[in-house]
Design a protein around this ligand. Sequence first.
Ligand code: FEO
Length: 404
Amino acid sequence: MSGPFAAVKISDHVYWVGAIDWGIRDFHGYSTFRGSTYNAYLIVADDFILIDTVKAPFKDELLSRVASVTDPKNIRYIISNHSEMDHSGCLPQVIAEVEPDKVFASPNGVKALAAHFHMDREITAVKDGDSLALGGVNLSFLETRMLHWPDSMVTYLAEDRLLFSQDGFGMHLASAERFADEIDECAIVEEGAKYYANILTPYSALVTRLIERVGSLGIKIEILCPDHGPVWRKDPGRIIGLWSKWAEQAPTEKALVVYDTMWGSTEKMALAISEGLIGSGVRALVMPLRSCGRSDIATELLDAGALLVGTPTINNGIFPTVADVLTYLKGLKFKNLIGAAFGSYGWSGEGYKLLNEELASLKVDIAADPIAVNYVPDGDALARCREFGAAIGRHLKEVVKGGS
Ligand code: FEO
């Protein structure tokens, strides 16, 4: 009995046999409002080869989709491109049920799978540049270390000019459609950018180098099969081009105003600052932390040129929600941003000063000394805030003009 799930034919030799996670809304701290997919692929040639598995609770869905093509016990080889558990979580159970002849992973993948699953099972290492004639097809492997784990690799199927790119060029997007050309372009760009901003930003230099390397090797990619989101069967260059652009993070005339507030004073400042930014001719996006999540802020920062952050002082420090988002952004290592701090305070007023130091530690180019207001801003204070925003807006326009 194969169960209710069906495989989807992708190319001459490849079927999609992954799982759709319609309900996931939080992927290790990043909000996934459109769910996700864990893509696995079955190569059908002289032998059956499984590329990656899925998150552990979705094992039966994976095997059901395989069973719509062949008895899963016919899988002779498994290739694990990436050991993170959304792709390897059910690998031990699949190995136990299928009993493949061989399982392949990168050298770091062999170590990572051992450290995750402690299996009494040999995993065969394939190195960067290795090729294998396996089950009637030709497969080549490129290690993509730190894109985005040390073990990551991609697998190229020469016969179909198809690249299994693991997390590369993916997005968290659950859909009934399997191909990017069947899905609304806005959803594709929005979720693609969110995925890049929240996972790949720290590795942007490596992304650029990988795209250049694939180009210099002359690898023809007609179909791009990532481990999340849709398959690119038409114009895979579209998503590759978007990744190149996102890796560059060229600043634009867009400024984010991110803040939290205790009694409304920092909020009044944020709104006056944003009016100044708008008046200077840049696009301001106001993101109050009571209603905007950290991963949405990261997404909006991907094509921004300025980050202005506001905090009240609480217990001699930064407001906790503001500290949370700064910690998150610090790890993502955004570049090419100018910025400034602002905030209200009651007596000692450390918050905005500490915030300024935190912004500098994020490598944000501080465009102005922080602006602060005691207790509640009056009309003069709000006029100063407006001018503060306008000055940063003018500076941002100069920065963008200088870079173009
Ligand atoms: Fe989709 Fe890095 O796992």
